[in-house]
Design a protein around this ligand. Sequence first.
Ligand code: HEC
Ligand code: HEC
Length: 446
Amino acid sequence: MAPGKRRRLCVGLFVAITAAAVSFGLEAAGKQTRSETGTATDEAARPATARPRPIPEAGPLAEPKSLDQAGLPAEATRQAIPPDNPQTPDKIALGQKLFFDGRLSADGSVACSTCHDPARAFTDGKPTSMGIDGRLGQRNAPTVLNALYNQTQFWDGRVKTLEEQAALPIVNPTEMGQPSMDAAVARITAVKEYQQTFQEVFGRPPNSADLVRAIASYERTQGSFDSPFDHFIAGDQNAIDDSAKRGWELFNTQGGCNKCHALTEEKRDVTTFTDNDFHNIGIGIIRHNVVALARQAEQLINSGDAKAIDHAAIQTDMSALGRFLITKQEADIGAFKTPDLRNVLVTGPYFHDGSQETLWDVMDHYNKGDGLHNPYLDQDIQPLALTEQDIDDLVAFLASLTSTDYKEQGAKELARQRDISLTQRPQRDTARAFGPKPPRPEPPGP
Ligand code: HEC
Ligand code: HEC
């Protein structure tokens, strides 16, 4: 089907999407998430389970999205398209094909969609991602939905564009494992249909620059808005309930969430829920001796080798250093990109290391304001004194950011997370949440 036709079918598609979502079992996703005591490092140490997994196929949820969605920022969407890679229907269709094609990986078993599955809102539902041969990485797969608006890509922002981003997983040994981009291109060139399509779209045989251009073009069709919250902002008072409305209020006041999850602190910003900046909010910091790691990383950073830094971020303990791996600034130790919060309900588990299973756990983390053992913690992280009702309200607000495409899944996932939260709240520390801001230790000297 031609992408032009797809766009005209968009209204019909929403119906199909709802039907597909009903049959989607998020219970399975729940079983795959880490146990209470498990950590990313524990999992990495486990023998590789090289069970071949089927590559997620492009269903209705993979189709290019309509530009006519409540809340979609038209100007930002236009600006996200670089002049040297204009969107064309044929290029988008080629990019979509490549996104779901295991032949981009060394052994044919892993596609982009393995870790960015449209049926799971373009994530894999795992704490950290698994590439070829069952190799586990150190980081949680972010969604590709709305990645077109990111000012930088990856949790540490190590590249800027979607084109630069797409090349890295292909040659990362823990992800798609190709020895080089040339090897991936050779694999694609061996497929007659691809030879033809590249010729039609770009006027030349397959090559790595065009390959990543096509994939990026496809990703730029994945703007995902049209959530109950967008309808509320557009004026429909009944689009979200009172709890979500109180949550939105707390988000901008007592919760202080807008300090980072908004383009500007002053304004109630409803587009991407990120300041496009990096902060240490105390995730995974206690598990690692970050100072020793930072010393170890300096040599690597000095080499300026993008591929080597990508390897360090995905498969070594240096991953925990976050933005420091790119800037070498001490203040960036353990700092990660503020993620967009749209569709967050269906993109768990949470944080760069997938360490939290439910949105209640995320809220408990913020509520106690982590200060101990972490000299690099952001100044805006402090005890919030949120009550249980406040926490439920903030979760209700976050849930209201779920796009229509994922409405049914969102309802199931919210019920699943609520069930867990009723018996397990490992991050809850009420005494600290209502206590004073703990003193922050000084960073160690040079
Ligand atoms: C083995 C799992 C895996 C595969 C395969 C994979 N990714 Fe990812 N992807 C990840 C993880 C994990 C991250 C975060 C890594 C980091 O931040 O260091 C990521 C990050 C991204 C991001 C950045 C999003 C953001 O918000 O910063 C985009 C875009 C993306 N991947 C697209 C792709 C594309 C395109 C492909 C195929 C060429 C691909 N991925 C293949 C796991 C995977
Ligand atoms: C100091 C800046 C800052 C503040 C304040 C802040 N956040 Fe965050 N938020 C971040 C950063 C940075 C991350 C990613 C951290 C990581 O993974 O290490 C994040 C991650 C998250 C995530 C997980 C998203 C995902 O995809 O894994 C949620 C949910 C979230 N924040 C909600 C909130 C809420 C609700 C509040 C207010 C109570 C809040 N944040 C306050 C910076 C902030």
